[in-house]
Design a protein around this ligand. Structure first.
Ligand code: C5P
Length: 238
């Protein structure tokens, strides 16, 4: 499949048109940003590692009936994907308090939640992705009630599958962010990526952070954290 013009450049990925109007090529970059673009940097080979880690999770979830936008992995950084009508929501699932939740509610980072918490944010860089609730989503027609029910059900199922799997790799899934889109038939499909860029992964024993917080908080050994996640999931040593 041939890459045509770039139709969208995000912070970590570029989407290219193809000769098929229903298909795009997603290219994974090494660029890293934090604080809605306030901090910029590069994480060596991040694009390659995030592509592989995302595919690993997408395959794991597909076996449990969760559909995703991938058609075919083309190479280390390029994936052929279905063009979806993206629901403009960031769906955050939290198992343990960290990051903005810890700050907002005055909780110590690492405090377990007694049940998974779903947060919704309106995907809008200019507004800084503000948190919204079900009423905002419905009133602003960001998604229908049926779509939101489906998104939340899929998000909770994904969380359960990932938490259980990651436990076997000595990784705690603290929180993560998902995005969904509608396919041509209006079906809700998992999109975007699942990687250390949009998940918080802590070593179960040492509680060492193995995710993008190492970049956001200048903790050092950023590449090593991504490599460690890839190694624990796939056995691949980079
Ligand atoms: O920053 P905060 O604590 O709200 O992030 C919660 C989770 O959502 C983290 O895993 C983070 O990586 C992810 N996230 C994201 N993209 C955003 C906001 C949060 O991937 N724009």
């Amino acid at each position: 499949m041939e890459k045509k013009n770039a139709i969208y450049e995000g912070k970590a990925k570029i989407l290219y048109a193809t000769e098929n109007p229903d298909q795009l090529i997603c290219y994974y970059k090494d660029d890293a940003t934090a604080g809605n673009g306030a901090k910029k940097g590069t994480i060596v080979d991040k694009g390659i590692m995030n592509n592989k880690i995302t595919m690993f999770f997408f395959d794991l979830l597909a076996k449990e009936g969760i559909s995703n936008h991938v058609i075919e992995v083309m190479d280390d950084r390029n994936v052929l994907i279905k063009k979806l009508d993206i629901v403009p929501l960031e769906v955050i699932i939290r198992n343990v308090a960290a990051g903005s939740l810890a700050k907002r509610l005055g909780l110590e980072e690492g405090t377990p939640m007694s049940m998974p918490v779903i947060e919704l944010c309106y995907k809008n860089d200019d507004l800084g992705d503000p948190m919204v609730n079900r009423y905002h989503v419905l009133a602003c027609k960001l998604a229908s009630a049926e779509e939101l029910d489906e998104i939340e059900a899929q998000a909770l199922k994904i969380n359960k599958i990932m938490v259980d799997y990651l436990k076997t790799k000595n990784i705690d899934l603290i929180d993560f962010k998902l995005e969904f889109g509608r396919d041509k038939d209006g079906k809700i499909i998992l999109a975007d990526e699942i990687s250390p860029d949009n998940c918080r992964f802590w070593d179960s024993v040492t509680k060492e952070k193995l995710d993008k917080d190492r970049f956001r908080r200048d903790l050092g050994n950023v590449e090593d954290a991504y490599k460690e996640i890839l190694k624990r999931l796939t056995g691949e040593v980079r």
